[in-house]
Design a protein around this ligand. Structure first.
Ligand SMILES: [Zn+2]
Length: 161
């Protein structure tokens, strides 16, 4: 499953998309530089789909020739932007939510309740059985109210189609 999932590089002009795609469980690197050549180079090396609002990027030979995939994002609002990516790549957005760290884009690992006991608030420990941890930044995720709110938002996104 992981091998088939597209990976992305998100241009700074559509930066919010990175967090959304991570929320959906996709590897979405954020490009902060201002030299498009670096972004294109990294996209080629790591087989990432470029997401951008920059029409100049779309004119690059490597993209017009189809060697590198890029999506020119229409909207300046994050929600229609996510929908455009989902629609364009026919992503099943429900297949892998919350498997990637929202902060640092690393794959999350499952943790049992006892393993995180000392590291989550007591009320969380008492109510949640399943946890995910980022092995890189050690942030712990659980299916709390924040998580549920995000899931609802994702569901709304696809209902609007
Ligand atoms: Zn992390």
């Amino acid at each position: 499953m992981a091998e088939d999932a597209p990976k992305f590089i998100v241009d700074s002009n559509v930066g919010k998309l990175a967090k959304w795609l991570r929320m959906l469980g996709y590897d979405a690197a954020f490009f902060e530089g201002d030299d498009d050549a670096y972004m294109i180079d990294r996209a080629l090396k790591e087989s990432r789909v470029i997401l951008t609002r920059d029409t100049q990027v779309m004119k690059r030979g490597v993209i017009t020739s189809g060697r590198l995939k890029a999506i020119l994002i229409d909207s300046d609002q994050p929600e229609p932007q996510v929908r455009q990516v989902i629609d364009t790549l026919h992503i099943n957005f429900q297949s892998r939510p919350f498997t990637v760290c929202l902060e640092c884009n690393s794959p999350l690992e499952k943790r049992g309740q006892e393993e995180v006991k000392e590291r989550v608030p007591p009320y969380v420990f008492q109510t949640q059985q399943q946890y995910m941890e980022c092995p890189v930044c050690h942030r712990i995720y659980w299916r709390g109210t924040h998580w549920q709110a995000m899931l609802r938002k994702l569901e709304q996104l696809t209902k609007q189609r």
